[in-house]
Design a protein around this ligand. Structure first.
Ligand code: UDP
Length: 405
């Protein structure tokens, strides 16, 4: 993990000094983050960087992961989809599995820190162990729940109400709630293996590992193999582009420990790509340098999600000054201003047209990419995120002075 001083050339010394001051005021307080997977997806990605940096600031921070079997993660994935507004039936039996596993985790995972920071719905039931200890509980929702299935939302609401505060990534994600709400956008770490600069030869070596030649422009989508990321839609868009511009497509993704659907989706996507040697479907182990290199090797990055949380892959692409074509859903609209730092799309045809436009206008693509990097520098770096969290933690102890983040 990088030292705090190493961020100074990127964000300025004042930002780091402020973090130190805020952290000083939290001395003696412990913070326990809890989510449902150590690997895979944006939440794990952020916690991996956030928790060590909090520690470097002297905050007593830790990260625990709940345990669950296949049935539990099957239930939580369906709940996740339903919260995104998908037409998914959550039967009584699934809810039973959900609460039962929640109860078991609560027994096995004591939440004794001063601040308990629960990420997403999977561990939401841990709040039931709240007692007279008087610690503070935050529910951090990374999902866009503005179109959630009402019944599913109402069931969870019974638990959300027991928290001291709820945090959403964007104003458009939030719902009216009877607890204090904070709006805090996610971030990336510019010094992580996923995002740091890479020498050309490393990029070439990584392409060689996957047998990809750099002889045609590369279009890439990095995502878990999840229907909501619409990998098949990306293939359809690529095929439309290919009629005009000779190019190749990379769909790179791993699976997440809390996502039981990914293997099936991967197999389906592979079948769709059969017969075209210019489509590279990569089921990758967690390898940040490889993802970084594939993103940097790309002429255009796509994120054609049907629903999206914040969409950290978009942030990563923008930071690498890549021209991005992404669906106007979830947090992507907070990241991309259409025609300024990327192109938003609403369909396969729209995506294809935008990709083609970028491939045929390298100067335009370069300008969008540069604007993208600046937008991330101003808004979505880990240091800004850390400042928001420190202010949030402090505000829990100063409920009379509302702090607007
Ligand atoms: N990611 C990765 N390997 C993969 C697929 C995704 O490291 O094979 C990372 C990706 O770089 C990003 C995160 O996982 O940092 C995905 O976050 P995002 O918010 O885009 O989507 P989520 O998976 O959380 O829905």
């Amino acid at each position: 993990m990088a030292e705090l001083e190493e961020y100074e050339p990127i964000v300025g010394k004042g930002v780091i000094d402020e973090l130190r001051l805020l952290a000083e005021r939290l001395k003696g307080k412990s913070v326990q983050n809890i989510n449902s997977t150590a690997i895979g997806g944006g939440v794990a990605e952020i916690l991996n960087r956030m928790v060590p940096l909090l520690r470097k600031l002297g905050v007593d921070a830790k990260w625990d992961v709940i345990k669950g079997g296949e049935q539990f993660f099957n239930a939580t994935k369906k709940i996740h989809n339903a919260l995104h507004g998908a037409d998914e039936e959550i039967t009584e039996e699934l809810w039973e599995i959900f609460w039962e596993t929640g109860k078991r985790n609560s027994e096995e995972l004591p939440c004794t820190s001063d601040i308990v920071f629960i990420h997403d719905p999977q561990p939401i039931a841990l709040i039931n162990q709240r007692d007279a200890r008087g610690n503070k509980w935050i529910w951090r929702c990374h999902i866009d729940i503005s179109h959630a299935q009402e019944r599913v939302f109402e069931i969870l609401l019974g638990h959300i109400m027991k928290y001291d505060a709820a945090v959403f990534s964007s104003p458009t994600f939030a719902r009216e709630l009877p607890v204090r709400q904070f709006l805090i956008a996610p971030s990336l770490d510019p010094l992580s293996d996923k995002n740091k600069d890479l020498p050309e030869n490393v990029i070439e070596e990584v392409l060689a590992v996957y047998g990809i030649k750099d002889d045609k422009p590369i279009i890439t989508q990095v995502s878990r193999f999840d229907r909501l990321k619409d990998p098949v839609g990306v293939i359809d868009a690529y095929r439309k582009v290919k009629r005009y511009v000779d190019c190749q497509l990379i769909l790179a993704g791993g699976t997440a420990a809390d996502d039981p659907e990914s293997v099936e989706v991967f197999e389906h996507v592979k079948r769709q790509a059969e017969g075209d040697p210019d489509i590279h479907i990569l089921l990758m182990p967690q390898n940040d340098i490889h993802i970084n290199a594939l993103q940097r090797a790309s002429a255009v990055i796509v994120q054609k999600s049907i629903r999206e949380g914040f969409g950290l892959t978009v942030t990563e692409a923008l930071w690498k000054a890549k021209p991005v074509v992404a669906s106007a859903v979830g947090g992507i609209v907070a990241q991309i201003k259409h025609k300024h730092n990327g192109l938003l799309c609403h369909s396969v045809d729209g995506a294809a047209l935008a990709i083609r436009q970028l491939l045929q206008n390298p100067e335009y693509a370069r300008r969008l990419g540069e604007n993208g990097r600046e937008h991330v520098r101003q808004n979505f770096l880990l240091t800004r995120h850390l400042r928001d969290y420190l202010l949030l933690f402090l505000s829990l102890y100063n409920t009379e002075d509302i702090i607007y983040l």
